[in-house]
Design a protein. Structure first.
Length: 410
């Protein structure tokens, strides 16, 4: 960037198109949302983000989950800065790795140990490796349409993968115990793990909370067939229940994959597991150059302690309920029939009869113009930095967006 040339979203996209495949790739590729979405961001603070064109948004994506206490939360930033001043990437982990593992074991009833990595995909993949090492079996049962990451075994697009890499997966329908039982029976004696998200949060679809009977049935089935029950808490973790998202149902997994909100935006993931799987976990060769960096661990420790010691989850629930009620009243007053699904801390809204998403695209783009950042086909995330006043201000924007969308579609 030469001096005096202003950085703009459009300019960056043009430059990126020459040096980055497609200009951008993966889940943050704004080109696949709607034209109004900015691609490049400059900064975040609390529940707000600013794009490189200087536009301010009240942020309901929270960087797609990681930011749970608000951008630049002072307690987390202080912990990270203190560690950074001593060193981040050293010849071995710092004391903070043991402290963080102790914190997870103390906080999560199903955790007797923890292993760390960087992204949610690392954690889901590692959890399945532990299950396979423990059982000596290959097959994994997973819900049709569920997202567990972007490695060849789980990426939703088959480009660059081989059929072999998915050959050990058997699908079932989320919340159907009969379907889960059938999937297990189809590969009897071969199942290493059942991997399941704490609620159904597939893109493009209304979200579905878990049926407690399904959660308990999955636990019982795993026990009966000697497979590991793996909860993929990468997306929901730390926004529903700090102890694990199925703890309110009394269902404890053998292994849990964590990431996203664990360190308020710093890169870290973890697998936690039970004593019975400690030995098998120890046999894996599973590692990475940056997996033991101390800064993200210090940030994770500060984040989890802050969620534990404050009303963070209750604050998110209150803000999420305020948003849901406000949107519901507005949709009605503008003559839209909408569905709002999922936990209030991980909300989503869909328009009835909007199969091609044209209404959602129009409305969410109008929200952007009114300073509210949410998403047309992926669930949103609340943070503990969303105050009542912030949500009220956001609702002014969403109301104007409903009015414009009504005017557009007539
Ligand atoms: N599992 C779930 C449930 C997720 O939501 C995600 C990320 N959206 C992943 C796994 C993969 O995490 P990551 O993108 O950090 O690899």
């Amino acid at each position: 960037q030469s001096a005096g040339v202003r950085v703009t979203d459009g300019g960056l996209r043009q430059r990126a198109s020459r040096v980055v495949p497609g200009g951008m790739y993966g889940h943050l590729n704004a080109a696949i949302f709607a034209p109004a979405y900015p691609q490049f961001f400059e900064r975040g603070d609390g529940c707000r983000q600013w794009d490189v064109d200087g536009r301010e948004y009240i942020d309901f994506m929270c960087s797609w989950g990681p930011v749970v206490l608000g951008h630049r939360h002072p307690v987390v930033e202080r912990a990270a800065a203190a560690q950074l001043a001593k060193g981040d990437c050293l010849n071995g982990p710092g004391a903070v790795m043991v402290e963080l593992a102790e914190l997870l074991v103390d906080t999560i009833p199903s955790a007797d140990w923890a292993m760390f990595s960087k992204n949610g995909t690392d954690a889901t993949t590692q959890a399945l490796m532990v299950a396979r090492a423990a059982t000596g079996r290959h097959k994994v049962l997973l819900a049709h349409g569920a997202y567990h990451g972007a490695d060849p075994w789980c990426t939703p697009s088959p480009a660059g993968t081989t059929p072999n890499e998915r050959a050990d997966l058997v699908e079932f329908a989320y919340n159907s115990l009969a379907s889960l039982e059938e999937a297990a029976a189809s590969v009897e004696g071969e199942v290493a793990a059942i991997i399941v998200t704490p609620f159904k949060h597939d893109s493009f679809e209304d979200q579905e909370l878990v049926e407690p009977e399904f959660a308990r049935g999955a636990r019982a089935l795993a026990d009966r067939i000697g497979a590991a029950l793996v909860i993929d808490d990468v997306r929901a973790g730390f926004r529903i229940d700090l102890r694990g998202s199925w703890e309110p149902y009394g269902v404890r997994p053998d292994l849990t994959a964590w990431s996203k909100a664990m360190a308020n935006g710093y890169p870290i993931a973890a697998v936690t597991g039970t004593d019975a799987l400690r030995g098998p976990a120890q046999t894996l060769y599973s590692t990475g150059s940056f997996w033991f960096s101390a800064v993200a661990m210090a940030a994770a420790k500060a984040t989890i302690e802050t969620i534990r010691d404050t009303e963070a989850i209750a604050v998110m629930e209150k803000a999420g309920a305020q948003l849901r009620e406000g949107l519901s009243a507005q949709a009605k007053s503008h003559g839209f029939t909408v569905k709002q699904t999922g936990p209030v801390t991980i909300p989503w809204l869909s328009f009835d009869g909007d199969a091609d998403l044209s209404v959602a695209m129009h409305w969410s783009s109008a929200c952007l113009r009114h300073g509210v950042y949410l998403h047309p086909w992926h669930n949103w995330f609340m943070s503990a930095a969303h105050t009542e006043a912030d949500v009220a201000r956001a609702l002014e924007g969403t109301d104007a967006a409903f009015a414009e969308t009504r005017a557009h579609f007539g």
